[in-house]
Design a protein around this ligand. Structure first.
Ligand code: 6PG
Length: 241
């Protein structure tokens, strides 16, 4: 990964989750108003979610004024174990966040595109405008992961969703990697509208894709960048150190 990326190498996944939690707390503490955090799916953020559920962090979070969104969703009901928001809800949100502050992608729509349209309307209503203003980012923090093919959120290499410049959210009829269910994803412009974009990448199995990202600028994870700060938190195993 290149271009305005701040890379931080940490010892292992436990340190990585703590570093992510501290960055999230710093973003919360830097904003005294209503604010939005965009969560992510996959396995990478689970330790972070567990930390946020722990008393040490939970008591420091002003739950009433923090709103939680998700950057991409698998087009399955919330009762399905593959549903990304359901994972976050199960680990910390349902117990700690007011219901009105939890903003899942509505996967009860007829199609992924209809679901995307509804989520886009929800984001615009939260933001209070139909156009993103670089002076007023939509999110304080956007969490991201990196998939084995260099995808991030559900923006897969070579897919039309990657080229989207107008829509904030779009349907992805077919996934490029498992789980092979349709997806709903925020697009590059809406993900970029944040004070900080934070990638969490850990484990030896991520080494190959990190190598590839250092050589291929066109991969989705290299094209997702914040209009503010973009940080890659990586552990030693993934970094090859
Ligand atoms: C999803 C994700 C996806 C994920 C990466 C990394 O719905 O699958 O949001 O973009 O972040 O695939 O996944 P892991 O954390 O499981 O490696």
């Amino acid at each position: 990964m290149t271009r305005q990326l701040h890379r931080i190498v940490v010892a292992d996944p436990a340190v990585l989750a703590a570093a992510a939690a501290d960055r999230l707390m710093a973003r919360i503490e830097a904003n005294n108003n209503r604010m939005a955090i965009c969560l992510t799916g996959g396995s990478s953020p689970k330790r972070l979610y567990q930390l946020l559920a722990s008393e040490a962090y939970a008591k420091r979070i002003p739950w009433d004024r923090v709103h939680w969104f998700i950057g991409d969703e698998r087009f399955v009901p919330p009762s399905d174990a593959r549903n990304n928001m359901a994972t976050a809800r199960g680990i910390f949100l349902d117990r700690l966040a007011p219901k009105d502050n939890i903003h899942p992608v509505p996967t009860d729509a007829a199609t992924p595109d209809e679901s995307a349209g509804r989520y886009e309307r929800e984001l615009k209503s939260f933001y209070g405008a139909d156009d993103l203003d670089p002076a007023r980012p939509l999110f304080d923090l956007v969490l991201m992961g990196v998939g084995p093919d260099g995808h991030t959120a559900s923006l897969f290499p070579g897919y039309p969703a990657l080229a989207e410049t107008k829509r904030w959210v779009t349907g992805v009829p077919q996934a490029h990697v498992a789980p092979f269910v349709p997806r709903v994803t925020l697009t590059l412009p809406s993900l970029a509208s944040c004070r900080e974009m934070l990638f969490e990448v850990a484990g030896e199995e991520k080494r190959a894709i990190l190598d590839k990202l250092s050589k291929d600028e066109s991969l989705p994870a290299n094209r997702a960048r914040s209009i503010g700060e973009t940080v890659l938190l990586v552990d030693k195993a993934a970094a090859g150190e």
